[in-house]
Design a protein around this ligand. Structure first.
Ligand SMILES: *Cc1c(COP(=O)(O)O)cnc(C)c1O
Length: 236
């Protein structure tokens, strides 16, 4: 099917149930992105800062760019002027850096805290203890130029649906608990980002309201940037 048809079909499926579609366009050309754009898609996800910056410069300004890959502190400055949401916040350090650059641009940047739910150690994200620690950090409440909108998680890359379902269920429980404990008065803590092409239906069934779909829309990628190996993790 064509990119335009894929967008139309997915939006018809997702919009009525209140699920936001992020079209993951990493490695894809501006031409492919424009086909999705012309079919009405406005939210796109990228995991490499340079790639997002280059695309944002040449594509329509009403595109909302979501950073979905691990972000290094020294790269925040490049996306701070325009990024709509950073889904991959995995430390208080990076959150402070985002806040600093958002302030310089007189912006408030929406963020999700990425939680490590997969049964694999090669994926980024906070574990439960680290998540609570971040939320309790005395500096957290002073960060006025970031707005934590919810949580994001990536399930294990497996055919075992039971494993994936348990991970999504766990993240939904955590989301509800965190909302009650830390964001009771804030309606803006409303986003649970889970689900990719292979598992988005399971994710929605377990409470996701934002899915990040790449290959379902654009076809297979040659390079899978999201398969970071553990040595990459030591970088930052
Ligand atoms: C690449 C990527 C996706 C999309 O993956 P597909 O399997 O192509 O849908 C979703 N989320 C993250 C964090 C990614 O890096």
């Amino acid at each position: 099917m064509s990119i335009a048809t894929n967008i139309e079909t997915l939006q018809a499926e997702l919009k009525p149930i209140g699920v936001t579609l992020v079209a993951v366009s990493k490695t894809k050309s501006n031409e492919d992105i424009m086909l999705a754009y012309e079919a009405g898609q406005r939210i796109f996800g990228e995991n490499m800062v340079q790639e997002m910056v280059a695309k944002a410069e040449s594509l329509p300004k009403d595109i909302e760019w979501h950073q979905i890959g691990h972000l290094q502190t020294n790269k925040v400055k490049y996306i701070a002027p325009f990024v709509a949401m950073i889904e991959s916040v995995d430390s208080i350090k990076i959150l402070k850096e985002i806040n600093k650059h958002a302030l310089r641009h007189d912006r408030v940047i929406d963020c999700l805290l990425q939680v490590h739910i997969a049964d694999e150690d090669n994926k980024f994200g906070l574990d439960h203890a680290e998540l609570i620690e971040l939320l309790r950090d005395e500096e957290f409440s002073t960060l006025e130029n970031v707005r934590v909108r919810g949580l994001m998680g990536i399930a294990t890359n497996t055919d075992n649906e039971k494993v994936i379902k348990e991970e999504f269920y766990e993240l939904k429980m955590l989301f509800d608990g965190i909302k009650t404990s830390f964001f009771r008065k804030e309606d803006s803590f409303d986003t649970l980002s889970m689900g990719m092409s292979s598992d988005y239906q399971l994710a929605i069934a377990n409470g996701s309201n934002l899915v990040r779909l790449g290959s379902t829309i654009f076809g297979k990628r040659i390079v899978k940037h999201y398969k970071l190996n553990s040595s990459d993790k030591a970088e930052d």
